[in-house]
Design a binder for this molecule. Structure first.
Ligand code: ATR
Length: 471
């Protein structure tokens, strides 16, 4: 269920929030400690405007709220609010038990959410916290912690999956996946703001990007891992396709030191597949059970599929790049110059050689180019060698470096195919120069789309119709 907090700060603001939220969510949480100057009769009127079930919350400061008065004033106000008969009342776990018992006795239809917040960390012993909370009578238990890493978020998701009548999520940017995947792991509800607050996904984002209303325990989970991942747009394209395949795709920031534990937790959580980006493409190899031929030869993986308890590694970058080039012209027997000698260059050279091209690798650090060239039976040299190579002619020129290389325009030959594998900026000065020479440009996003579709084909086999996917 999607719960939308109503936060004011004025009663007028709250009214318009209720109106909008009532069309989008499943539940409304009235955060009365965020709304300024009201009396109980005004809240009664607000409740009448709500077309959805409601939670009333009057959070105290030690649990992250803004209620300004004393604790006894707060408890007495809560008693009055309970008489308004909302559907749920959120009460902090450390309120005296007798208070809970009294409220439950007087309002048998009211459902109590016993809540716990940790603003510093996600404690290791989440089970222990739930055991403590359960000593207090209630209908639902809510545990909200602060995630400092994707491992914290995964632990929270795994924990929630083991329980019923639990609301579990993490605050902080690293906790975002817990706010998307709640319905998949069975969290009773997920909270999302109507309007952007920091990096939290909004109601609109959950509904439109992650098709939140269709997520449930049968939804298959997929994820992008790497660092950085925040600027990646893969989740937009993947989720648009996954909507019809009962699956969802989220991003986890994962650094090299977290990779091992992440993979264990991801498998425990039954994540079905991963997209892998920098800096993990090579580091992930030793952790995988099986490597498909291209990934094995390239030594890097951008796609993982978890099947029957095994992890399978694939590389769809290489074919993605070459398919983008060959959409503009065949490369068999053609001379292809690759600028750069990193992981992307290795993938492209491997695939280009496999498809019968004659490759030349030119790199800032010449020794790296020579080493790579030796491995694939190509020629290698420094970037400056492009002057010499251009005199001899070539058919395809590919920039695989992260730089917008400023090359002598003389080195870019007219009417060739020129590719820049970077997606930003689309029109790099490298490609601009090529366009001015009458070359055919191949943009990074063309490779990106191809590799992404190939990932989907690995995960969903023949359920994917490549021709129907609109980038
Ligand atoms: P990836 O695995 O994504 O291809 P990488 O392994 O970091 O990335 O490789 C980046 C490539 O771009 C390297 O070949 C690098 O050259 P060096 O081997 O000399 O480091 C090249 N590169 C990075 N910055 C560059 C720059 N400013 N000018 C030229 N080449 C650059």
């Amino acid at each position: 269920m999607l719960c939308i907090p109503i936060i004011g700060p004025t009663l007028e603001n709250a009214k318009s929030q209720i109106k909008r939220a009532s069309c989008l969510g499943d539940l409304l949480e009235f955060r009365l400690d965020c709304i300024k100057s009201w009396d109980v009769s005004e809240i009664k009127q607000l409740l009448q405007k709500a077309a959805l079930p409601t939670i009333l919350t009057l959070r105290k400061k030690s649990q992250g709220g803004f209620y300004p008065g004393t604790e006894s004033e707060r408890l007495s106000t809560i008693q009055q609010l309970a008489k308004l008969e909302p559907d749920f009342l959120d009460l902090e776990y450390d309120i005296p038990k007798a208070f809970f018992q009294e409220i439950m006795k007087e309002h048998p239809h009211l459902k109590i959410i016993v809540s716990f917040h940790d603003f510093e960390k996600t404690p290791k012993d989440l089970e222990g916290i739930l055991t403590t909370l359960k000593k207090t009578p209630g209908h639902f238990y809510k545990i909200v912690t602060t995630a400092h890493s994707s491992l914290d978020a995964l632990r929270m998701l795994g924990f929630v999956k083991k329980h019923r009548n639990l609301i579990g999520l993490c605050m902080g940017e690293a906790g975002i996946p817990t706010r998307i995947l709640g319905p998949v792991v069975g969290s009773y509800c997920v909270f999302a703001p109507l309007y952007k607050i920091g990096t939290l996904p909004t109601v609109d984002e959950l509904l439109n990007i992650y098709h939140f209303k269709s997520l449930n325990k049968d939804t298959r989970m997929y994820a992008l891992i790497g660092d950085p991942v925040d600027s990646s747009i893969g989740h937009l394209m993947h989720n648009a396709v996954l909507r019809d395949l009962r699956a969802v795709y989220v991003k986890f920031k994962v650094g090299p030191n977290e990779l091992r534990e992440f993979l264990l937790l991801a498998q425990e959580l039954d994540i079905k597949g991963l997209s892998v980006t920098m800096p993990l493409k090579e580091m992930i190899v030793p952790y995988l059970d099986v490597m498909e031929e291209a990934a094995c030869n390239i030594g890097s993986v951008n796609t993982v599929s978890f099947e029957h308890g095994r992890s399978l590694g694939y590389n769809t970058d290489a074919a993605g790049a070459l398919d983008a080039i060959e959409a503009k012209g065949q490369i068999k027997g053609k001379k292809v110059i690759v600028l750069g000698a990193g992981g992307a260059a290795r993938a492209i050279v491997y695939e280009a050689c496999k498809r019968g091209a004659k490759t030349v690798i030119l790199n800032r650090t010449k020794t790296k180019a020579l080493k790579l060239a030796e491995r694939f039976g190509s020629r290698g040299g420094g970037l400056e060698n492009l002057a010499e190579e251009s005199k001899g002619g070539y058919d395809v020129l590919i920039n695989t470096t992260p730089e917008d290389l400023s090359l002598d325009p003389e080195w870019i030959l007219p009417n060739t195919l020129v590719m820049d594998i970077r997606t930003h900026p689309k029109n790099s000065s490298f490609l601009q120069k090529a366009l001015e020479k009458g070359c055919t440009p191949i943009y990074g996003h063309e490779m990106f789309i191809n590799q992404a579709i190939s990932q989907l084909e690995i995960w969903f086999k023949n359920q994917i119709d490549r021709n129907k996917i609109k980038p």
